[in-house]
Design a protein around this ligand. Structure first.
Ligand code: PA5
Length: 470
């Protein structure tokens, strides 16, 4: 495979003033004015990377981790009918995005032969009791591998799921329950890490320097991908290839820096929503993964100088063409306060040909001898043209094909872009104090030891609350 031919291209023509018009378009001089700041950020990145920050950028080169995963998947090949992934946020969205992009759309309905004897794959990233309990109707616990995935090792949602399935496993397998468990967690800290040692559970570790939403290329994403037969070597190769491109110092050559800067410039102008709209079902869950990455990395109350700035563009996902019949009316005619990022697939894996037996019906005959591939391409282009004419700034990431090499590239473009955009906002991209606050409140409400004071504070507030309910 020629790597260059599989490179994701970033087309930002429709945000530039020569296409979008002077009122809302960006002039090249504006971008160039940022060159100096970009250079400063770039060199700061390099220095900090040497000190061990931005560890996610090294993940594509960590082939030993991959070898360990591949050895294990080979060892357990054919043993399990199903795989159930327990995790939330960064411990789920990446694996889900990978599975949706790179496996058959009806994967679990395929026969074991069609799946290459790989297990059916289920990802539980919520604690809705109805969904959790319902999985027992479709998997045989004895023939299921439960993977408990939590970087911190103590997230309430994931631990509660673990407890539920642990009991089921013990009921069915007695002391052999360990055989059906796998942990993916921090190698040094946390409850799950402690349990792994005490209970002797097979564990893959997550590089402690890599935060949840940046962890898709650790065992968090790599293990389920390898288990279901995704070419994880290609995935990492694609990620490595794009990491290099995203390390170009020159702004106009670096898609991650450009994407970040364009987002930032429109944000300053009051366009505070970024709509990611793949024209591909397979890439839709990448938009979901991106949503978390962007929201948790850039949504921050304080900047580094501890000044309250309440920063953060709102990432929204939409699906082409489906949302042309749902959201696009608003996107076209509603407030002009959004930036659009399309994901466009240049060559789909399959071609769907159309024939019309109605030569006299213009409503159907224009589709005769065309393909659905042409139709989706035309609809994307039509939307792009309409947006641009209506002065709605839009960008396109053009993907030659959806394959492990290109999907690997996506993860690195947006991860580097998030880190870079954080520098423009002068915020810490790698923490999530807002999420932690919710976690603490949940522990307090559930009576966890050590959270008594918080529980009392919540009880006081609830008692003082005036109810307005109809
Ligand atoms: O990006 C993050 O750090 C978070 O979204 C976490 O991934 C999420 O809260 C789950 O945490 P953990 O993997 O520790 O269970």
């Amino acid at each position: 495979m020629e790597k260059e031919a599989m490179r994701i291209r970033f087309d930002f023509s429709n945000v530039m003033s020569d296409n979008l018009g002077d009122l809302f378009g960006l002039r090249e001089t504006v971008l160039k004015n940022y060159r100096e700041q970009v250079t400063v950020i770039h060199h700061d990145f390099l220095r900090r990377a040497e000190r061990g920050e931005f560890a996610f950028m090294n993940l594509p080169r960590q082939k030993e981790v991959l070898d360990e995963i591949l050895d294990y998947t080979e060892k357990i090949a054919g043993r399990f009918e199903s795989y159930v992934h327990l995790g939330i946020g960064g411990s789920a969205l990446g694996p889900i995005a990978l599975h949706a992009a790179l496996r058959h759309p009806y994967y679990n309905e395929l026969s074991p032969e069609q799946r290459g004897q790989a297990p059916k794959m289920y990802f539980l990233d919520n604690i809705d009791p109805d969904t959790i309990a319902a999985i027992l109707a479709v998997v045989d616990v004895k023939k299921t591998l439960f993977s408990v995935v939590t970087k911190s090792g103590g997230t309430a949602e994931t631990i509660s799921e673990y407890l539920f399935f642990l009991n089921k496993l013990r009921e069915k397998l007695g002391e052999n329950y360990r055989e059906n468990l796998l942990f993916i967690t921090d190698p040094l800290r946390g409850f799950l890490h402690k349990l792994a040692l005490e209970e002797n559970i097979r564990t893959f570790t997550i590089d402690p320097a890599v935060g949840g939403r940046f962890s898709v290329l650790t065992p968090v994403g790599l293990f389920p991908a390898a288990l279901s037969g995704i070419d994880v070597n290609q995935l990492l190769d694609g990620a490595a290839y794009m990491t290099k491109i995203c390390q170009y110092e020159e702004l106009l050559k670096n898609p991650a820096y450009l994407f970040g800067l364009i987002n930032y410039l429109y944000y300053l102008e009051g366009r505070r929503t970024i709509v990611m709209m793949p024209y591909s079902d397979r890439l839709f869950r990448i938009a979901d993964w991106f949503r978390q990455l962007w929201a948790e990395s850039l949504g921050k109350q304080n900047n580094r100088a501890n000044r309250i700035i309440n920063a953060g563009p709102l990432p929204v996902k939409a699906l082409g063409v489906t949302d042309q019949h749902s959201q696009v009316q608003l996107y076209m005619d509603g407030p002009n306060d959004k930036l659009f990022a399309f994901l466009e697939v240049e060559k789909f894996a399959r071609t769907v040909s159309l024939q019309s037996p109605y030569p006299k019906a213009p409503e159907a005959n224009y589709l005769n001898n065309k393909t659905m591939n042409e139709l989706i391409a035309a609809e994307k282009l039509a939307t792009e043209i309409a947006f641009t004419e209506n002065q709605r700034p839009n960008l396109t990431f053009k993907v030659p094909e959806v394959n492990p090499f290109t999907v690997g590239q996506f993860f690195q473009i947006f991860a580097v872009a998030a880190a870079f955009t954080g520098e423009l906002f002068d915020i810490n991209v790698f923490n999530q104090p807002g999420v932690e606050a919710g976690k603490v409140a949940a522990y307090a409400l559930m009576g966890r030891a050590g959270y008594e004071e918080k529980a009392a504070e919540i009880a006081r507030k609830l008692a003082a609350k005036k109810a307005h309910v109809v």
